[in-house]
Design a protein around this ligand. Structure first.
Ligand code: FDA
Length: 311
């Protein structure tokens, strides 16, 4: 319930102004966001890579409504990839990028899907030249069909383009069946958005059960599963399935968000698992921050306590 209220508040202009102008917000943002500039994010990336982790960088922003803005976001990604490459950080795909389709044009009033596909192709081309990959994030349920179409459209040229599926959606086991094919990089997450009961599970236990089901499909398939969760129970299930199925540690990876369970990220990497950290940066961090607060009441309480103590 609280989660739904928070996610609804995230689209309110008034709440947005209140949160983004509160001085304390910066401290909370720093926990989840690697910096405002590519340079700041790269400094964080270098530290994470030195710890034996891989990364995927996200230039924050979504729901772009202007063609020029979508082009500017695309250019930021291309420049970022070139910077990472120049520093030798893209070798073996250690640093890759994650792109939100609506940030590169999917939601434009005209030719959104075509524009997003062209922009993602441009980013894929830069990534290939740098020896790394791109993953297309999944946004709210109204974007799922278009996003999967977009990935299908780009994959013939860039077979290593990753995509995301969300276990809170009822449709996802069948999407996993279709995507669990050779060469297909698929990130499985629970889903950070709100959706009506008809399309999504409301109870956490159902979302978790569906995650375990989807994970089994992906691990048994011949693609490259990217298991994005901080949930200790699901990670334990993943480890036991991997052993039962006999999957090589190099044939899948765990993924976690920057700032969440960093000790667990390093622990999994130290025991020989591949772990990739999702590293967001940029000044348009509001939507991302609200989703992190909505995931965990303790984060919200921390935020509100900090607000009160400075008030
Ligand atoms: P859950 O929320 O049940 O949390 C399990 C445990 O993890 C908690 O008990 C706590 O210990 C820790 N934890 C989780 N969230 C926390 C937080 N915010 N702060 C502190 N601790 C926290 N979603 C989406 O819709 N589209 C996408 O493209 C992506 N991409 C993506 C990439 C990667 C690498 C990750 C890890 C996640 C995403 N997500 C996403 C977000 C995802 O859908 C989900 O909202 C979060 O990962 C939280 O769910 P968990 O699986 O961690 O479980």
């Amino acid at each position: 319930m609280l989660r739904r209220v928070l996610l609804a508040a995230s689209v309110s202009g008034r709440v947005r102004r209140l949160v983004t102008t509160a001085p304390i917000t910066r401290d909370v943002v720093r926990r989840f966001v690697a910096g405002e500039t590519a340079g700041e994010a790269i400094a964080v990336v270098e530290r994470l890579l030195a710890d034996g982790l891989a990364v995927t960088l996200d230039y924050l922003g979504e729901d772009t409504t202007e063609l020029e803005h979508a082009a500017a976001v695309t250019q930021e990604y291309v420049s970022l990839i070139e910077l990472l490459h120049a520093r030798g950080l893209t070798t073996g795909g250690r640093a890759e990028v994650s792109v939100k389709p609506t940030a590169v044009g999917l939601g434009l009033p005209e030719h959104g899907e075509k524009t997003a596909a062209e922009n993602i192709t441009r980013i894929c081309s830069a990534a290939r030249a740098a020896g790394t990959t791109v993953t297309v994030d999944m946004e709210d349920h109204t974007r799922v069909e278009a996003t999967l179409r977009l990935v299908e459209h780009v994959r013939p040229d860039y077979g290593d383009l990753g995509c995301v599926v969300q276990s809170y959606l009822r449709r996802t086991p069948s999407d996993c069946q279709a995507l669990a094919v050779a060469g297909s990089r698929v990130r499985l997450c629970k889903g950070a958005y709100s959706a009506p009961d008809g399309v999504a599970f409301a109870a956490r236990s159902e979302v978790d059960r569906n995650y375990a089901r989807c994970m089994r499909i992906l691990l048994q398939g011949s693609g490259y599963p990217m298991l994005a969760t901080h949930d200790p129970r699901l990670i334990a299930i993943a480890r036991s399935r991997v052993t039962t199925i006999g999957r090589d540690p190099g044939s899948f990876e765990y993924q976690m968000l920057y700032g969440i369970r960093p000790d667990e990220q390093r622990r999994l990497a130290a025991e020989g698992s591949q772990v990739r950290v999702y590293v967001p940066y940029g000044d348009d961090w509001y939507g991302y921050l609200v989703r992190r607060l909505a995931e965990r009441p303790a984060n919200l309480a921390f935020f509100l306590r900090a607000l009160r103590s400075r008030g």
